[in-house]
Write a protein that binds this ligand. Structure first.
Ligand code: SAM
Length: 206
């Protein structure tokens, strides 16, 4: 990733969400983007120019736009019509963003559009986060990485965040993923954990 001093940036056309520019690059704000927050914790996976990324929960393309600055192609899945309009504008200005309006829980709907990817990123804030990501692991190359942004309160408000984290970790491991790192994203994002995994065996059902 690119740092200018202690500021994280990506190199691409600005003006996506009124982001600041620094030295001709786009400032990537950890309070606006969980992926940026992950890099600020000192963990995460570098995204490089030859990588294909499947991004679940694209919203209005804030983080997608930065990922697209780094990767070869980003398949960006979002099911809500309003953010999709903004995502389409991001895709109009970045030729390597493929916007897909679909439910990430039903990957068979977009399977014909998506190639095998090096990185699977999920930020859907849904109760079934682990189940959704496991269904999409069919697109992830063996040896590829998953970054799951787990919003514990979306999974079950009655459970302690730590318990939700452990249940999710168990489900991911049972699905053929090896957890390589995990970190809580406070103070940037409360009740959010990032879980980073490697796909160690074939799985998924898309
Ligand atoms: N990743 C975005 C960013 O950093 O700019 C923010 C994502 S926001 C927390 C979660 C998004 O996931 C929402 O836009 C929501 O509509 C979308 N979402 C939730 N469940 C989904 C599903 N099953 N399929 C597709 N999108 C989903």
């Amino acid at each position: 990733m690119i740092w200018i001093g202690d500021v994280l940036v990506s190199r691409g056309e600005g003006g996506v969400y009124n982001e600041r520019m620094l030295g001709g690059a786009r400032v990537w704000d950890p309070y606006r983007s969980k992926l940026a927050a992950l890099y600020f914790t000192g963990t995460g996976r570098d995204i490089t120019q030859e990588m294909r990324v499947l991004y679940l929960g694209a919203a209005n393309g804030t983080t997608v736009s930065h990922v697209a600055d780094c990767a070869e192609v980003v398949y960006a899945v979002e099911f809500a019509p309003r953010p999709m309009q903004d995502l389409l504008e991001v895709a109009r200005r970045r030729r390597n963003v493929v916007p897909i309006m679909a439910d990430a829980a039903r990957p068979e709907q977009y399977a014909p559009l998506v190639e095998a990817v090096d990185l699977l990123y999920q930020d859907v804030a849904q109760p079934e986060q682990a189940a959704i990501v496991l269904r999409n692991c069919a697109f992830l190359k063996t040896g590829g990485d998953l970054i799951l942004m787990l919003k514990t309160r979306s999974v079950d408000v009655r459970k302690e965040p730590g318990e939700v984290f452990r249940d999710t970790a168990d489900a991911l491991e049972a699905g053929g993923l090896e957890i390589t790192e995990s970190v809580w994203l406070a103070p940037y994002h409360q009740d959010h954990a990032a879980i980073i995994c490697r796909k160690i065996r074939t799985g998924g059902s898309a």
